[in-house]
Design a protein around this ligand. Structure first.
Ligand SMILES: [Zn+2]
Length: 81
């Protein structure tokens, strides 16, 4: 592997952060990220996302919560329009 092209990318970085990559690929990415502000920023923002939020987006939203959110959305839209 010559170089990790930026964002060839996002998928590789996700696997990297999940610890799903082979050691040689991991080290290639680490070398690239160390010299690449874009990839470094991407990883930084991913890590700063609270695990709670990530877990929450994977959950089904309870029906009553969804209904009250929709009602709130409609109410605010009505006010703005
Ligand atoms: Zn990069």
């Amino acid at each position: 592997m010559k170089d990790v092209v930026c964002m060839s990318g996002v998928e590789l970085l996700m696997e990297y952060m999940d610890g799903a990559l082979a050691p040689d690929v991991r080290s290639a990415i680490e070398v690239h990220v160390a010299g690449c502000p874009r990839c470094e920023a991407f990883i930084g923002s991913y890590r700063e996302t609270p695990r709670l939020v990530r877990d929450a987006t994977r959950m089904e939203m309870p029906a009553d919560l969804e209904a009250s959110l929709l009602a709130a959305l409609r109410a605010s839209r009505g006010r703005d329009a």
